[in-house]
Design a protein around this ligand. Structure first.
Ligand SMILES: Cc1ncc(COP(=O)(O)O)c(C=O)c1O
Length: 388
């Protein structure tokens, strides 16, 4: 007799994965041997810089790094994070209580709700949003309230609306934003911190793209705002800055109680970051600033290439200020995001991500990633010219 194994209700209750259809079509196109240009991937096409790989080689050969890591990470790593943070944002962090290394920022973002959200408590979540936030809030029993991100408001949530919601426990924000590529202003953060302190709302700020900014406009940390440490936790990542997506290293920082809640959840679920990766992370954070500058130059160049190329064929898109995404209103003649993504794949062998995959407010948009070479961008523009 075979057991009838079913997924848990919490899994069954998750909304369908909207990228499934486009993923299937993409795999079929590749299997047919078509020359597919993939603008759907949020993962850099470059490898990790050599000096970080060299540090890893040394660290991995040292048996002292082969054991269970400290949950809270190596003190040297936390110290290096504090130094980096001070240099980048002019904000001091206590290395023992205000910093917690993570196995990638996604891991921490996914674990945090279990530490701070009780069943039925309300969490304000921007829509569209990076898809990882929703399931972790729902698994913790939280009730999600959508805050639409509209072009007219610079893809920032309307803070006046928050006053309409009774007792929200937390708000999740992400600037520079995936998928809209928007950045937040100082005024926005100041108003948000003031409101959150007044009403006792926890701010969860995801800054995974803090270093992927253009035209010299550095995104702010929420901790540059007076009083933010009373109510905020911020997530950072080495993934995008140092082409380290596969290495799995990032950190949370901010309010000590929020950090302690996350630490307690994690101590029950994982045993820290492989110590050799932590050593490599320290090297990464000590990198010559030119490493991150080169990364920005690369994406800014590609951004300009794509935006100018598309403008030349009649598709005008405002250039993103940060991230390696271009968030574009679907071109004339198409009725929705999925239809556009499908047409691009079927007729031009180009993969883009349909905006509604990031939430219903993303309908009418597609996201293109700048993670392919200028040659491929050029080729993509040429192909689009034929179908638009
Ligand atoms: C907005 C956002 N936050 C967090 C992450 C996770 O980054 P990591 O877990 O590699 O630090 C991503 C990855 O794409 C992202 O787009």
């Amino acid at each position: 007799m075979s057991l009838n194994i079913e997924f848990s209700d919490r899994l069954k209750n998750l909304p369908p994965y909207l990228f499934i259809e486009i993923d299937k079509a993409k795999r079929a196109a590749v299997a047919e041997g078509r020359d597919v240009i993939n603008l759907g991937i949020g993962d850099p096409d470059y490898g990790t810089p050599e000096h970080i790989i060299e540090a890893m080689k040394v660290a991995i050969a040292d048996s002292a790094n082969h054991h269970y890591a400290f949950d809270a990470g190596m003190p040297e790593l936390r110290q290096e994070i504090a130094t980096w943070f001070q240099g980048r944002f002019n904000v001091g962090l206590d290395v023992d209580t205000e910093i917690y290394p993570l196995i990638g920022s996604k891991e921490g973002l996914a674990h945090l709700p279990l530490g701070i959200i009780n069943p039925k408590e309300k969490v304000l979540l921007t829509n569209p949003a990076y898809p990882a936030y929703r399931p972790s809030i729902e698994f913790a029993g939280g009730k999600i309230i959508n805050l639409p991100l509209k072009a007219g408001n610079g893809f920032l949530p309307d803070l006046k609306k928050i006053a309409e919601f009774k007792d929200p426990k937390a708000i999740v924000i992400n600037y520079p934003n995936n998928p809209t590529a928007a950045t937040a202003t100082k005024e926005f953060y100041t108003e948000l911190v003031e409101l959150a302190r007044e009403r006792g709302i926890i701010i969860v700020s995801d800054m995974a793209y803090s270093e992927v900014y253009f035209d010299g406009e550095k995104p702010l940390s929420i901790f540059e705002i007076e009083g933010a440490k009373e109510i905020a936790i911020e997530f950072h990542s080495l993934s995008k800055t140092y082409y380290m997506t596969g290495w799995r290293i990032g950190w949370a920082c901010g309010n000590p109680t929020l950090i302690a809640a996350l630490a307690k959840v994690k101590s029950n679920f994982d045993s820290g970051i492989f110590q050799a990766v932590q050593v490599a992370g320290i090297t990464a954070l000590k990198s010559d600033p030119l490493v991150a500058e080169d990364m920005r130059t690369l994406y800014q160049d590609r951004r300009d290439y794509l935006i100018n190329g598309l403008r030349a064929i009649g598709w005008k898109i405002p250039p993103p200020k940060a991230t390696y995404y271009v968030w574009a209103k679907i071109p004339k003649g198409f009725s929705n995001s999925m239809e556009t993504a499908k047409a691009f794949l079927d007729k031009a062998d180009i993969v883009v991500t349909p905006g509604n995959g990031f939430g219903e407010q993303g309908e009418g948009y597609i996201r293109m990633a700048l993670t392919v070479s200028k040659d491929r961008i050029n080729e993509a523009v040429g192909r689009l010219q034929k179908i638009l």
